[in-house]
Design a protein around this ligand. Sequence first.
Ligand SMILES: NC(=O)C1=CN([C@@H]2O[C@H](COP(=O)(O)OP(=O)(O)OC[C@H]3O[C@@H](n4cnc5c(N)ncnc54)[C@H](O)[C@@H]3O)[C@@H](O)[C@H]2O)C=CC1
Ligand SMILES: O=C([O-])CC(=O)C(=O)O
Length: 270
Amino acid sequence: MRQRPLRIGLAGLGSIGQQVARQLDAGIDGLELVAVAASDREKARQNLAGFRALPRIGTLADLSDTDVVVEMLPARAFADIARPTLERGATLVVASAGALLSHMDLVDVARRTGGRIIVPSGAILGLDAVRAACEAPVASITIETRKSPASLAGAPYLAQQGIDVHALRAPTTIFSGTAEEAALAFPANTNVAAALALAGLGPRKTEIRVIADPAVDRNIHTITVESAVARFTCHIDIVPNPENPRSGQLTSRSIIACLRDMVSPVRIGT
Ligand SMILES: NC(=O)C1=CN([C@@H]2O[C@H](COP(=O)(O)OP(=O)(O)OC[C@H]3O[C@@H](n4cnc5c(N)ncnc54)[C@H](O)[C@@H]3O)[C@@H](O)[C@H]2O)C=CC1
Ligand SMILES: O=C([O-])CC(=O)C(=O)O
């Protein structure tokens, strides 16, 4: 039994970070929100107004006395908090799973310092069964991601390929490739494929298809696994966050469930 609560720091107070902060402030036994890092501190103060216990508001460097840092930054800022957190032997909970694929050397840092990298399921389901299946031979793991144009807009791949998603009138496959390729092409839209890859066959053997569909208003993911011990398909429709439709409303809850696991005497699922 821990003598004191786990001290939590939040890196990023955007659409996911704000939800996580609110849920932590509502109170979870064994967890204490002590600090948040935000790029606009005045806006952060406004977002945290009314909190029961106001955490410190500062920069990424101000998270350096926490036990657990929850990374919820744009992919480009991922390493700015991931590396120092792991260098000091703390635990890093990763939202930007796609960005982790370009920084797999951090696993060696964690091994050296005793730090831990934890990738919650986020917006995807079935990682428990994927991990279990991968204890036996697995033939293939694929994911199809279907999103509205608003949930895909701004991805670097669209600009590179000259694709105007807002002009599409019918569902269109705009990308097929590996999870590794997708993480670079769609850094804010394919974290699900990265998490799936890390749970299963790795970023070069996990295939993703991205479909832009003007008729949908959810972020929709379908995983298909063919393995020696089981064949399964998992499907999820997630409500996008109003502040950032690229991210859905399940991810903050997945992070909270993951943090709860760290202090709970009982753990459910693989
Ligand atoms: N694992 C998963 O299943 C999912 C992962 N994500 C990923 O989670 C991450 C966070 O998502 P959102 O909250 O929706 O993004 P967001 O763009 O709404 O929020 C990011 C926040 O980080 C802040 N920020 C940027 N640089 C900073 C710095 N140096 N210091 C402090 N704050 C900084 C921004 O001002 C913004 O408030 C993204 O990388 C997103 O792609 C999103 C959905 C699902
Ligand atoms: O569906 C979501 O909420 C977000 C998503 O696809 C991703 O980041 O991979």
